[in-house]
Write a protein that binds this ligand. Structure first.
Ligand code: SF4
Ligand code: SF4
Length: 439
């Protein structure tokens, strides 16, 4: 069985509530809020003004800078406002508010091309850029940038990430079961762009339906399915590379340093839709789950739909929520408002009832070493925790803190309930601040 280095953890996966529920649409929202920043990199510049009439798929925000990605309207209707609105990151963000006319009238310029594998790589990359495609596993890194490594980095393989190791989430699982052909066609496009012969799809072995469907769709190609041990964080990019190819990304390095490009399975489908049908990224599959919501499932949701609309369409909350998280419980972000929109990178909405949230003060480190054992990068999380608490971020640099992928394994196993990931984030933020002052 292929697996990661470092012990990792085995949290209760809690996936059975939604893993067999087919993807469904929700009632279209009356209004969407499209943030101009839904990706890593520079926010977009708005291309519309208040009062403009827009069509579905119309570009409403232009990418600014090398690392950026345009945004498009997920409905047809009228621009109501442009300004700062709640964002799932916890801040306010410049956004475009569009009132839907309920017609979903699409732009006229959508073009279908069934001969897409004969397009040259540059044209394909331009289509991906124009379609606003970003990594859909949560990181939201612009896809066209990832597909443009420096010339000296020779890429030899593409890996599709279908591990979905975060507890509760099943959106990638359902996507692979229901849209395996699109996943593989998207993978063929990615391999054609990178000029590689070998492709892999890494899937945890608790998803037999996905493994079967993808294996069937990939038959007769150079794309191999790798069944991975169910273990968190099997789907972290560097861990996935190690599991699938045995190659280790060096400290401070990137996957391209070992000749690999990793993309999420959802990103592959978005690439296929853009190249084949000219459709930009305006919706995504989201797992709605947890004991705090009445109707759980996997839903295709337009980007910009507000959390309050999704909750209403899922039968409302069960009692008072303790936490609502975008993403999974390990790496997701707790939300502070029902008015935050679904983004291109929102893989799940997890609603935990108040009674299930344990609030307890953290205690002193007892040097038990469990966090060290669990860390998949083989770091010393206990040191980050102690130095973070003592307000000595600079001293953490010698312990390779920037190699931490913030997976949360250390926090999960700590018997003293120390907020290790939060302390790591504090250390990284302080060090970045210090470095920018020096520069
Ligand atoms: S959050 Fe960082 S330090 Fe903690 S286990 Fe994950 S990689 Fe290691
Ligand atoms: S798991 Fe917690 S208590 Fe144990 S060494 Fe790590 S930080 Fe200290």
């Amino acid at each position: 069985m292929w697996t990661i280095a470092g012990e990792g953890i085995h949290p209760t996966d809690s996936k059975s509530a939604t893993s067999s529920i087919p993807i469904a649409d929700i009632k279209p929202p009356a209004k969407v809020v499209i943030p101009l920043s839904q990706h890593i990199g520079a926010p977009c510049d708005p291309l519309v003004k208040i009062g403009d009439i827009v069509k579905k798929y119309q570009k409403v925000g232009e990418a600014k800078g090398v690392v950026s990605s345009p945004v498009h309207s997920s409905v047809s209707g009228k621009v109501l406002a442009i300004g700062r609105f709640p964002h799932p990151s916890g801040n306010q963000s410049n956004s475009i508010v569009i009132e839907s006319d309920g017609k979903d009238e699409a732009i006229d310029s959508l073009k279908e091309n069934s001969d897409y594998l004969n397009l040259d790589p540059k044209t394909l990359k331009d289509i991906i850029l124009e379609a606003g495609i970003v990594g859909m596993g949560g990181a939201a890194f612009p896809t066209h940038v990832k597909l443009n490594p420096p010339k000296e980095k020779k890429i030899t393989a593409v890996i599709l990430n279908g591990a979905e190791c975060e507890p509760f989430l099943t959106s990638d699982d359902r996507l692979m079961v229901e849209k395996s052909r699109e996943v593989i066609e998207g993978m063929k496009i990615l391999m054609h762009i990178m000029g590689v012969r070998d492709g892999y799809v890494g899937i945890e072995d608790d998803k037999p339906g996905a493994i079967e469907a993808i294996t069937k769709s990939a038959s007769g190609t150079n794309i191999r399915v790798t069944s991975l041990e169910k273990k968190y964080p099997q789907g972290a990019e560097k861990q996935l590379i190690k599991s699938v190819t045995g190659k280790e990304v060096p400290s401070g390095g990137l996957p391209m340093d070992v000749g690999i490009i990793v993309q999420n399975v959802g990103t592959a489908v978005a690439v296929y839709n853009a190249v084949r049908y000219g459709i930009p990224l305006v919706d995504r599959i989201v797992t709605v789950t947890g004991n705090g919501i009445n109707r759980r499932g996997n839903f295709n949701i337009p980007v910009g739909t507000l959390l309050e609309h999704v909750v209403t369409e899922c039968g409302g909350l069960v009692g008072e929520p303790g936490k609502i998280i975008f993403g999974g419980p390990m790496m997701g972000i707790a939300q502070y408002s029902m008015l935050v929109p679904i983004l291109k990178g929102t893989s799940g909405i997890l609603v935990i009832p108040k009674g299930d949230v344990v609030l307890e003060d953290f205690r002193a480190c007892i040097r038990c070493g469990r966090c060290v054992q669990a860390c998949p990068i083989r770091l010393l999380p206990n040191m980050y925790s102690i130095l973070g608490e003592a307000g000595k971020p600079k001293e953490a640099e010698q312990y390779y803190v920037f190699d931490c992928i913030e997976c949360g394994c250390c926090t999960y196993v700590c018997p003293s309930r120390r907020p290790i990931v939060q302390q790591i984030r504090y250390i990284k933020a302080e060090m970045r601040k210090a470095k920018s002052k020096v520069a």
